[in-house]
Each structure stands twice: as structure tokens, then as C-alpha cells.
Design a binder for this molecule. Structure first.
Ligand SMILES: Nc1ncnc2c1ncn2[C@@H]1O[C@H](COP(=O)(O)OP(=O)(O)OP(=O)(O)O)[C@@H](O)[C@H]1O
Ligand SMILES: [Mg+2]
Length: 223
């Protein structure tokens, strides 16, 4: 489903080039639960962002169901991102000044769904996250763990078939971890493809089918 071949990614920071990914090849099948493990700066988020079409490869190829999306123009990538991917970002990226339910419902706005319908969908998700009581709290009035749950809700509201989560376990307490694991288990049962990045060395949940270890922009053992 996802085929990454000989991918290099370089960032330019001032006059310096940073090599974030160095000849990476990864294959992920539909319905797999994949874990990207590795220390800070090893390239996990960069590859997640490439897979989710948030950034492009410098060289190499990215095929999504045999489509060479690495070369698609931006106006094709935005609808693809919206329809296929659910992102849970490392820094949550909630919009302050918007409530919990409004944040969850944000991806529905470009789809032309009415406010009433958006709220209904968001409340259903909040219920699944055990967060109904915080529906009308502003993003900045939520605890770190609650913000993360809202970020999870926002990633799921579009019913995406690929879920990308960057360090989703770092800010939530044991009770929420269990809750989140149940949600992930349900998503896996529905046949969704799930990719989680974390600096933990051991797979964070028993749901993981495949682990890739990142080191310095490479994957070891080489795939
Ligand atoms: N926008 C950027 N501009 C310049 N360099 C970047 C940028 N994003 C990432 N990098 C560099 O690319 C390398 C890989 O970063 P990346 O964020 O993919 O690592 P990571 O494995 O996700 O780390 P962490 O566990 O800390 O989140 C790092 O050395 C980082 O400094
Ligand atoms: Mg990262």
C-alpha cells in the first residue's frame, strides 16, 4: 500500500544542509500496525510527514497504492491528505480560541458539512474518548493529556484509512494510554493502517505488527 524506495530527505537550515533521511526503503501493507522507533533526531517524524504528504522527498520515490504521489502538485495533495490520512502531531497543533469539539470538527469544514452535523460528529468522538464533559472547553483550557485526546479525535473525525501518530504516548497518563490503546485496537480491527513514531525502544503496544528502527536517518537492519 505504502512503498518508500531509496528516499533521501535534506533540509536546509541557514547555510547548512541537514540530512534527515539517508536512503530509506520501507513497505507497509494495508491494515498493518507499524512502529517507527529511534532516538531523537533520527528521522521518524520526517518519514511520517513524507508518508502523510506534508513534506516531499528530496530524492527517491513514494508510492501510495502504485501512485507516485511524491511528484503530485500541491492541489492534488491537499484533498488526498484530507480524505486518506489522520494525523496526530507531536505538538498536538490544536487551535486556541476554538473549543474541544470545534477543534475535532475542523477537518470537516472544507467538506461543506453543516455546523450542526459537525458538532454531532465531534460529540460522538468525544464520547468515545471519555471527554464529553470538556466539549465546550477552549483548547488552552485543557490539560496536556486532554489536548492530546482532542488531537486524536481530530485525526479520526474524517474516518481516514491511514492513521499517523507522532509520539502519541508521551503526554498521557496510564488511564488514557489504556483508553487510546482500545481506540487503536478498534481501528486496527476496522482494517485501518496505523503508523506510530516514538523514541521508545520497545513496541509501545502489543498491537504492533512491524517495527523499523531509525538511527541517524537510516533504518537498521536495512530493509
Ligand atoms: N524543518 C526542518 N529544518 C531543518 N532541519 C530539520 C527540520 N525538521 C527536521 N530537521 C532535522 O532533521 C533531523 C530529523 O528530524 P526528525 O524530526 O525527523 O527526527 P525525530 O526522529 O522525529 O526526532 P524526535 O524524536 O526528537 O521527534 C533532525 O536532525 C532535525 O534537526
Ligand atoms: Mg519527531
Amino acid at each position: 500500500m505504502i512503498s518508500i524506495k531509496n528516499v533521501f530527505k535534506r533540509y536546509k537550515s541557514g547555510k547548512i544542509y541537514v540530512k534527515a533521511l539517508d536512503d530509506i526503503s520501507v513497505n507497509i501493507e494495508k491494515g498493518e500496525f507499524v512502529f517507527f522507533s529511534g532516538p531523537s533526531g533520527s528521522g521518524k517524524s520526517t518519514l511520517l510527514n513524507i508518508i502523510g504528504c506534508l513534506t516531499r522527498v528530496t530524492s527517491g520515490s513514494y508510492l501510495l497504492e502504485d501512485k507516485q504521489v511524491s511528484h503530485w502538485p500541491d492541489h492534488f495533495l491537499s484533498p488526498l491528505r484530507r480524505e486518506r490520512f489522520g494525523f496526530i502531531f507531536q505538538q498536538f497543533n490544536l487551535v486556541s480560541g476554538y473549543s474541544a469539539w470545534e477543534n475535532i470538527a475542523l477537518p470537516l469544514i472544507p467538506m461543506g458539512i453543516s455546523q450542526k452535523e459537525r458538532r454531532k460528529k465531534a460529540l460522538l468522538i468525544l464520547e468515545n474518548l471519555n471527554l464529553t464533559t470538556r466539549a465546550d472547553f477552549m483548547a488552552q483550557e485543557l490539560s496536556g493529556g486532554q489536548q492530546q485526546l482532542v488531537a486524536i479525535g481530530r485525526a479520526l473525525v474524517n474516518n481516514p484509512d491511514i492513521i499517523l501518530a507522532d509520539e502519541p504516548f508521551s503526554n498521557i497518563d496510564a488511564r488514557h494510554v489504556e483508553n487510546f490503546e482500545n481506540i487503536l485496537g478498534n481501528l486496527k480491527n476496522q482494517g485501518k493502517t496505523i503508523i506510530i513514531a516514538s523514541h521508545f525502544h520497545e513496541p509501545i503496544t502489543k498491537l504492533v505488527d512491524k517495527t523499523f528502527y531509525f538511527e541517524n536517518g537510516s533504518i537498521s537492519p536495512k530493509q
